[in-house]
Ligand binder design. Sequence first.
Ligand code: AMP
Ligand code: GLY
Length: 429
Amino acid sequence: MNVLVLGKGAREHAIAWKLSLSPLVDKVFVMPGNPGITLLDDIPCISEDPTDFDILKSVCKRESISMAIIGPEKYLELGMADTLSKNGIATIGPSREGAKLESSKFHSKKLMRDSGIPTADFDFFTKYEDALTYINTWPFENGLVIKADGLASGKGVFVCDTLEQAKADLKLLCIENPLALENPTHVLIEEKLDGKELSAFAISDGVDHLYIGDACDYKKQGDGNTGHNTGGMGCYSPADWISNDERQYIRRQILDKLFSSLKQKNIQFQGIVFAGIMKCTNGDLKVLEFNTRFGDPEAQVIIPRIEGDLAKIFHACAHKKLSLVKDQFQLSNQSTCNVVKASGGYPGIEQPLNLNNKISIDPELFKEKSRKLFFSGVSKQENYLINTGGRVLGITATANDRSEAISKAYQALEYVKFEGEYFRTDIGS
Ligand code: AMP
Ligand code: GLY
């Protein structure tokens, strides 16, 4: 089969790379992709805009695509999966209705509450004044969290420790609306949880589902988890501070409940669920949010641990036959660590990004199979790559344990350089 991966970052690079290794796959394309994917793995990218669904449909026809995998949440919210499915393409990625699990925090939290999924207590408001009145009565010893209802690329969450901060953040979000949200006064206010976060992943075919691994992401820009939130500066897998009993709890109390609730609501969910979970300081596991896609950079650490054929799993899933191949899914016992190199100035809030610098790659990097380079914000100039985005690339190293994976990833980073590059030095620790 010919397969189309939709998206342009390192997550899509990792998905396309893994699919390209499958004997079931003739050709993999990425749309729009980035030139690093083609340069490194000889995977063609179709640089047109996939959110123009007429173009997308004609690309699928031209390249005889029979299966598509959708990376970013924005594409799902636009109804890309609905369009592809209507056109006979087996799709990994939920319908627009299924994607509301991520695109509306209110919808998602209500579903959690109704199905008894452990999560922080919350209230929902549609008017700024009502939310403000509520905040004024909040007991502040443990803080609170304000969340925009709509998709905000991780920027719509404000964790507040004082009343003053909460009032200022609420005003910013609802009145100034820097995120240009359609309904800026639709906000959730919830209790603040303290603990350590993990990302847990499952794939569903609408009938059955399968746990496909967990990882720990470093969302903050600076060492020691300081500075602004980013898309993710690095990651490791597995989340080795979670016990197998806790994994079982996640399967039963979170994922089973979620999928049976989706079924009850007649929501056909064919795709990946990413549960952001807090292991609270008292040991409780509570869901912070659900996403309806792979994480970035979580995909870059989980996919290299998948033994066997991901295309087979995806294909079965897209045809509601997950139960037939479930037993063939296996994760290696090895650990992976991914470190992201970003452009200087990332995430570009306080200073502009330092862009358009030549990326030098020492071929020594490719001598070991246990490390893999994935590209994101790059463009081609003459016969080399330059950095043209925030997150530029990431390297995943695989080893017998986490600490070895961390040092291998950092060693490997030495082989890829560009002017102004920025990366965290404490990923994995
Ligand atoms: P979300 O988009 O809901 O996952 O939130 C983004 C980030 O905000 C999470 O990864 C957490 O670091 C933080 N966060 C969200 N909800 C809470 C909460 N109830 N308590 C503490 N931190 C939270
Ligand atoms: N790394 C977090 C995300 O993909 O949302």
